[in-house]
Design a protein around this ligand. Structure first.
Ligand code: FES
Length: 221
């Protein structure tokens, strides 16, 4: 894990999201599902982001501008640099026989990198609108649905090793339908390395710090 100042290579809109491209330099891209803390200049709190793509000397992050911190990251341009700390947390277990990627909304962020590492397995994605679904272009060949259709309705009948990231209700539904699914949970994170408990969530009556125990947890864990 390293904290480094890195130059922004570019920022492009993808539907309502922004694809932020950062010089990789000596940073290890990590395992898909791990995350980096990104700190926009002048912002106090860094934001956790999983790597969306690691290509050609760049780390690429898909960001949803939902608050001041994420909006500041989306507004960065080639003139800027930012602090990057990572890779942090636990990523997906890539030792799977029959992977199926499942993503919902901004939860598709780690899936292009995961798909690259797993040799482009099938993927099913759910979005809240056509505009949000423009991000499906990051995973060519994925099957896509838009609300009110939910991504769980696209689950094939035959058994797959499900690797998923998305909003909590989607992950909760998957835990029931596919008990051994690997699920990447989202949580607000202040430190990113276990010190603040800002990311603690209650799962089956137990408090889990997602930054150190997750973000990827086995569904039945
Ligand atoms: Fe601080 Fe997890 S983000 S303990």
């Amino acid at each position: 894990m390293r904290r480094e100042r890195r130059k922004v290579v570019g920022a492009e809109p993808v539907g309502p999201y922004t694809l932020l491209r950062v010089e990789q330099g000596g940073l290890d891209a990590g395992i898909p599902g791990q995350f980096f803390m990104l700190e926009a200049p002048g912002r106090v709190l860094p934001r956790p982001m999983s790597v969306c793509l690691a290509d050609a000397g760049e780390l690429v992050f898909l960001i949803d501008p939902i608050g001041p911190g994420t909006r500041a990251l989306c507004q960065l341009s080639q003139r800027d640099s930012l602090h990057v700390l990572g890779p942090l947390g636990n990523g997906f277990d890539l030792d799977v026989d029959r992977p199926l990627l499942v993503g919902g909304g901004i939860g598709i962020a780690p899936l292009p990198f995961l798909s690259q590492r797993l040799g482009r397995p099938p993927a099913i994605l759910g979005f809240r609108s056509e505009h949000h679904a423009e991000a499906a272009a990051l995973l060519p060949g994925a099957e896509v649905c838009i609300e009110p259709t939910y991504v769980t309705t696209l689950l094939p009948e035959e058994r797959h090793d499900v690797l998923a990231c998305g909003p909590e209700p989607m992950l909760a539904a998957l835990r029931t339908l596919v008990p051994d699914a690997q699920l990447a949970w989202e949580a607000p994170m202040a430190c990113g390395y276990g010190a603040c408990y800002g990311c603690a969530v209650e799962l089956d009556g137990e408090l889990r710090r997602l930054c150190v125990e997750g973000p990827v947890l086995a569904g039945a864990a």
